[in-house]
Design a protein. Structure first.
Length: 317
């Protein structure tokens, strides 16, 4: 069992670093694998992550029952034991369900919840009203705004996003997943620098950190995404914040081919789970139905990319 870290950082508007999007481990028969959940938590902590996000898109949240979701969150919180902050995805079709889940996980010990706009919202007025209701529903519960138009189908302009953040006192962080979104990120930081917008944390989520170095240059505080090698994102962020920008880019480059392969639409999660099983983090690479199954050629591709990655890392030193 991991011991709590005295004086550990809490999630707030100045949060920096890597918040890993956790997978949900299953046994080969599709049941929750709680023993692998413990090993996964230990692996993430040993990799140096600054926080964890549960029940995200790549956590297969829609495939879990309400009871399974609660069991999984409780197991992670128990294993983490206060070592790092925990964010839990709480987006739901209705506000009653959002409120119930949010209150439940916060009562368990989660630090914040994450909310994305509901699919189908199109106009600025609809989006302002929606997030006004989110604020009313969550009350004093800290939350993270997820801007992920590829998944939700909802486009939020930079000006609208800044207005929503300004009107949401308990929204501590933006999870920035618009792609391409570098100019949106720059515009937000410019407004904050000029005193036109209050400070808040921005962690980026573009698939496995595929644009992480560039996003850090534009002002991101770190990453909130998933990758079978979380140590890559940790080292990139640490090098960048220490002023060694060249090393941050070099480390990223060594992992890029595998990170790119892991982000393929359709099979990406299966690739991530296969890699995590290869690394001994989880016992099974099972993706709960409906979900993809890797082909023999997919697996051969992965093994080849891992070998190339290891050579590049050895050269990097």
């Amino acid at each position: 069992m991991n011991k709590a870290i005295p004086g550990k950082a809490k999630l707030d508007r100045s949060t920096r670093g890597v918040y890993i999007i956790a997978v949900t481990p299953f046994k080969d028969n599709g049941e929750l694998d709680l023993e692998s959940t413990d090993k996964m938590v230990d692996f993430y902590l040993e990799s140096g992550v600054d926080g964890m996000t549960l029940l995200g898109v790549m956590g297969e949240a829609p495939k879990l029952t309400a009871e399974e979701s609660a069991t999984f969150v409780q197991r992670v919180l128990k294993r983490v034991n206060g070592a790092v902050p925990i964010v839990v995805g709480a987006s739901a079709p209705g506000f009653a369900a959002m409120k119930a889940l949010s209150q439940k996980v916060v009562d368990m010990g989660a630090d914040a919840v994450m909310v994305a706009p509901a699919s189908g919202l199109r106009t600025d007025e609809q989006l302002r009203n929606y997030f006004g209701m989110v604020n009313e529903t969550l009350g004093d519960i800290p939350w993270v705004l997820q801007d992920h138009p590829v998944f939700t189908g909802v486009q939020m302009s930079t000006s609208l996003l800044m207005q929503i953040m300004a009107d949401s006192p308990n929204c501590l962080m933006l999870k920035h997943e618009d792609c391409p979104g570098l100019n949106k990120l720059s515009a937000i930081r410019k407004a904050q620098k000029e005193g036109k917008l209050q400070a808040f944390s921005i962690l980026t989520g573009n698939g496995g950190g595929l644009f992480l170095p560039e996003e850090l240059v534009r002002g991101a505080d770190g990453a909130m995404t998933g990758f079978a090698y979380p140590e890559m994102m940790v080292e990139v962020c640490r090098a960048f914040f220490a002023g060694d920008v060249q090393r941050a880019f070099d480390v990223f480059d060594a992992y890029l081919p595998l990170a790119r392969y892991e982000q393929q639409p359709g099979i990406g999660l299966a690739v991530r789970k296969h890699l995590m099983a290869m690394r001994g983090v989880i016992a099974s690479s099972k993706v709960r139905r409906p979900g993809p199954v890797l082909s023999a050629q997919d697996i051969a591709d992965i093994e080849w990319l891992v070998q190339r990655q290891e050579k590049k890392l050895a050269q990097l030193g």
